[in-house]
Write a protein that binds this ligand. Sequence first.
Ligand SMILES: [Cu+2]
Length: 196
Amino acid sequence: MKMNKLALSVLTSGMLVGMMGAGMTVSAHTVARHVSAASIKYPVVVTTTIYTGKQDGKKGWPEFVPGNFELPANSRVELIIHSYDDGPATIPASDLKVQGTVGGYELVDGKKVTHYSNAKNDVAHTLTVPSLGLNIPIPPKTSKEQYVTVIAEFNTGKASNNTWQCEAACGSGASGWMGAMMTNGWMKGAFNVYAH
Ligand SMILES: [Cu+2]
C-alpha cells in the first residue's frame, strides 16, 4: 500500500486560503493525516482527486487520492473532489440522486445539481457511503476543462466506521466492477468518523 493511500487531506478553510495566498498547490499527497481536535475549524475542508488509469500508470484503474478518509465526529465537512476523468460509467438507478448532503445538492463547477441520468451518460464515479446515507455522484469532466470540481457539504454525526464505494462501473472486467472497484483506497475505502 502506497503512503499516499493513507494520507488524509483534512484542511481548515483558513489553512487552505493561507496556502493559496502563498501560491502553493494543495496536494492530496502531502497533507497531514488530520488536524488535531483542538485546532478543528468549521467547516472542515477535505479534498480528494480522481486520477485516470492513464495518469496513475495502471491502465483501467482510476483512483481517488486519497482513497481513505477519517473525519471528526459532529462536524460539518466540505468535501472538494477534483476529477480528471472524462469517461462515463453506468450506475444503479438508486444512486443517481445526490443524497445525504446539506440541502440535498452538490455543486458541480459552481452549479447546483441534485440528480443525474444514465441515459445522458452523465456520471463517471460516485463517492457513496451507504451506512451514512451519503451519495455524491461525480460527472465526467468536459473537454473544455482540465478537471471537474464537485463540492458537497455534509454533517458527520457520531463516531462510526464506514466503507465508501464508487457505484459507477468504472473498473475492469466485463461488469466494470473488478480491479479498482474491488480495491481499497482506489474506488472504495474507509470513510471513518472519529470522536474528538
Ligand atoms: Cu469509479
